[in-house]
Design a protein around this ligand. Structure first.
Ligand code: GLN
Ligand code: ZN
Length: 808
């Protein structure tokens, strides 16, 4: 039965509250455990799918118990066994040919097949994985070519809808929208130059038409199409007429003869000018992120166009933050919803994004301080918030108590001890520009050369050494209280001794202590700083079965005592060579935590930076000559809109400089960034003003080095020569070749030799021979450079390719 020609919910009788999605892991990570049991051979496909279905069934009941209606499509069907972008690819038949055998005769791909595409198989590389917008979730990148045969192939989403319906719930299936699907895809290998996945929109829409028809036939009244790509300038870069594309795409979908009503959601940011053309296509609903995005202008003359476009449309106002863990300001949220009411056919309260990014339930954290707990809202509490707001839209007096309670919670938080600490505020206010500036690099360089006396092409590593089973077992035993702190630390010191001795034996120039005491590079610092709390069950999906537990940054940041100094000191006592002090930078600490929402992020970053600055000072005082401050998340937090990027880069770079600029001239400051696509942040890397920057480069064969050289980057650069993401051990010649590429692009005196990233996920069986090859290759290329020194002056540039580099 077609639903389009029926009177819809657009006239004001529709739902009042919804969420765009819900955590998929299960409150006790049931889905993760089910997947891992399958991979380990402990469960078969049927048992795994049953376990995943149980998580879905629980979600329906939970959302209903929390107040979302069971029969009006306000509960989303948004589960995924591995990743929602992979689900979309499978649904439209876009399985790469190398995995064609995992597709069943009926077009379906079961959970084992999806796992194979996601994780790879022997020589068949998995789909590439990358960050989902500015979150710490990672999606799988579909590979689309001119020959990809789009069709409605896998009907899992329809079956899941029917399963819920049979269970008594009329849900709203959630699918990745066609624009986002193609904008996030990459051209398949072998696609002709200039081919863009977007060129295939016509064919893709054919598959979506059949998919939507199948949903309508199954009885779905609404389907949600997620189009976050529309809020991201980088996702839509190069699209000539974006409003036109939006219009054409959705006009085709709304014209379909058989389809459910469409709710098009644009989470993670501001839809901006695209809202009006989208609303004019006749989609029945739009979901707006009103936390990251602005409230659209619907008043007066300026708002006339939008008012008219929205006249027949349901607007789901995403006023409850799907990215954070704070109880919302409900009166303020209600005011935003009310502001839209005069324009839209109907306004419902919603979340800004899926709740995928927050843990399940605050009630699972009984160990947290009670007052802190009262300020928090995880997924379940956020569902309750949208329900209250939905009721408020109908009858504010009915929920007057809840609104008043919300205001009380916010006020309590603002005035609580530890949230605002005057000594921190005063110290920040007193900062002068000098606090952000070191001496000229030339001055620092000669001071450091004198103290460190390093050879050309110095060798180092990024910080962590393999986290062996023994290390993890000891940490777990200590956490359980079965291993006394004293014995645990003795164990860790012995581990440091071993790692230092190994590096001496391998012939490294600048050593590390190996980070055995750290479970995680952010959580470790959060556990040692005031202002952070850590959770017990606050798991959030990072990708597939991988979950992380971000700390909660709730108050002003203070370092009660030195954090890393005794480890650094111990390691340095074991060797005459310099050992790097190892810190995580302010931006990365914020990116991988739940941050406070009551002050600008830049201010929070500066507070963390001050704590790190003190740590750098203490490391120096303890005799550390090299300090590394890692910022792998610098690019992750880059705002999705270009207009916002300058301000971000200013505070992020500023906070790094604040953390490091207290170091003396002779102290060498390193930083590490673990990715190789620098485009948007290349100036920022220069702005960090680190003496040495290590980056990922092995896979891209040093591509980034000439880019940096063109930029005039004149300080130390350590392009990774060993790809630690793969178990493969590189040979000496291979590493030497990469080094030759590097010294051809920049003067050799700038080049450092190091792996791509930390070694903690690898085993010693691979790491040892790889590091041996790395040191041997450095020696070989060093000797080549020395041999040519007479002819080429003191800049040590390789003789073969002179043109690309500048004189040292
Ligand atoms: N120092 C950290 C390590 O070596 C850096 C890791 C990272 O950048 N992700 O593990
Ligand atoms: Zn890294």
């Amino acid at each position: 039965m077609s639903t389009t020609d029926h009177p819809t919910d657009r006239t004001g009788t529709g739902w009042d509250a919804t969420v765009l999605g819900y955590p998929r892991t299960g409150p006790r990570r049931e889905a993760k455990k089910a997947l891992e049991a399958l991979w380990a051979g402990r469960a078969d496909v049927a048992a795994t799918e049953e376990a995943l279905a149980a998580v879905r069934a629980r979600t329906l009941r939970r959302l209903n118990a929390l107040g979302l209606h069971a029969h009006d499509a306000s509960i989303p069907s948004a589960a995924s066994s591995y990743d929602h972008v992979l689900d979309a690819a499978v649904a439209v038949g876009a399985v790469p040919p190398r995995f064609a055998d995992v597709v069943g005769p009926d077009g379906r791909v079961d959970v084992a097949g999806r796992s194979t595409i996601a994780r790879g198989r022997g020589a068949d590389a998995p789909l590439e994985m990358t960050k989902w917008f500015d979150t710490n979730y990672h999606y799988l990148v579909p590979e689309i070519g001119p020959g990809t045969e789009f069709r409605f192939a896998d009907d899992s989403s329809v079956r899941e809808f029917s399963e819920a319906l049979a269970d008594g719930f009329l849900t709203r299936p959630v699918l990745v929208g066609p624009l986002t699907f193609l904008l996030l895809s990459k051209p398949a290998d072998g696609a002709p130059a200039g081919f863009r996945p977007l060129d295939r929109m016509d064919d893709l829409l054919g598959a979506y038409a059949d998919l939507l028809a199948a949903h309508a036939a199954a009885g779905a009244t609404w389907v949600q199409l997620d189009e976050p790509a529309l809020v991201s300038d980088s996702a839509t870069a190069g699209v000539a007429d974006l409003p036109g594309l939006v219009r054409r795409t959705y006009e085709r979908l709304t014209a379909l003869p058989q389809r459910p009503q469409l709710l098009v959601a644009a989470p993670y940011g501001d839809l901006g000018e695209l809202l009006e053309p989208l609303a004019r296509t006749g989609v029945e609903g739009v979901g707006l992120d009103l936390v990251r995005g602005r409230l659209p202008e619907v008043d007066g003359e300026a708002g006339a166009g939008l008012r008219e476009a929205l006249r027949g449309t349901l607007v789901v106002g995403g006023v409850v933050d799907g990215r954070n863990v704070w109880a919302g300001d409900l009166p303020r949220a209600l005011a935003s919803l009310r502001a839209l009411e005069p324009a839209a056919a109907h306004v419902a309260a919603g979340t800004s994004t899926s709740l995928l990014h927050v843990p399940h339930d605050v009630a699972d954290e009984p160990q947290l301080d009670e007052r802190l707990r009262s300020w928090l809202a995880f997924a379940d509490q956020k569902v309750a918030e949208v329900v209250v707001l939905g009721r408020a839209l109908r009858d504010e007096t009915a929920v007057a108590d809840a609104l008043a309670a919300s205001a009380r919670v916010r006020a309590d938080r603002a005035g609580a001890p530890g949230v605002v600490r005057p000594e921190v505020r005063e110290r920040l206010a007193a900062l002068t520009p000098e606090a952000f500036r070191r001496s000229d690099y030339a001055v620092r360089r000669s001071a450091q050369e004198e103290v460190l006396g390093l050879p050309l092409l110095p060798t180092t590593s990024i910080g962590s050494f393999p986290q062996t089973r023994e290390i993890r077992a000891a940490r777990a035993a200590h956490a359980r209280g079965e291993l006394a702190t004293e014995s645990y630390e003795e164990f860790l010191r012995a581990e440091v001794d071993r790692v230092v001795a190994l590096q001496e034996d391998l012939g490294f120039d600048v050593l590390v202590h190996g980070e055995p005491e750290r479970n995680d590079m952010v959580q470790y610092f959060a556990e040692h700083l005031d202002g952070f709390a850590v959770t017990r069950n606050g798991w959030v999906q990072s990708y597939g079965s991988r979950c992380v537990r971000p700390p909660i940054l709730f108050g002003d940041v203070v370092r009660p005592e030195p954090i890393t100094v005794r480890w650094a000191q111990h390691a340095q006592s074991r060797t005459a060579r310099p050992v790097k002090g190892m810190l995580t930078g302010p931006v990365t600490i914020l990116a991988w935590s739940f941050v406070r929402d009551d002050q600008p992020l830049g201010e929070t970053a500066r507070q963390v930076a001050l704590a790190l600055r003190d740590e750098v000072g203490d490391l120096e005082a303890a005799g550390t000559r090299v300090v590394q401050v890692d910022e792998p998340a610098l690019r992750e937090l880059l705002p999705l809109r270009e207009a916002d990027q300058g301000a971000y880069l200013e505070w992020s770079v500023g906070s790094f400089r604040l953390a490091t600029a207290g170091a003396g001239d002779a102290t060498q400051v390193h930083t590490h960034l673990c990715y190789s696509e620098f485009g948007e942040v290349i100036d920022a890397i220069d702005g960090l003003d680190a003496d040495v920057t290590s980056i990922e480069a092995a896979r891209s064969r040093m591509e980034v080095v000439p880019d940096l050289a063109r930029q005039g980057f004149a300080r130390g650069i350590g392009p990774g020569v060993y790809d630690i993401h793969s178990p493969r051990v590189p040979g000496e010649e291979e590493v030497a070749d990469l080094l030759r590429l590097a010294v051809a692009a920049v003067p050799a005196r700038q080049v450092w030799v190091n792996p791509d990233c930390g070694l903690k996920t690898r085993g010693y069986a691979e790491v040892e021979p790889a590091l041996r090859a790395l040191v041997a290759a450095a020696r070989t290329v060093r000797a080549e450079l020395d041999g040519h020194e007479g002819h080429h002056g003191r800049d040590g540039r390789a003789p073969a390719v002179g043109a690309g580099g500048r004189a040292g």
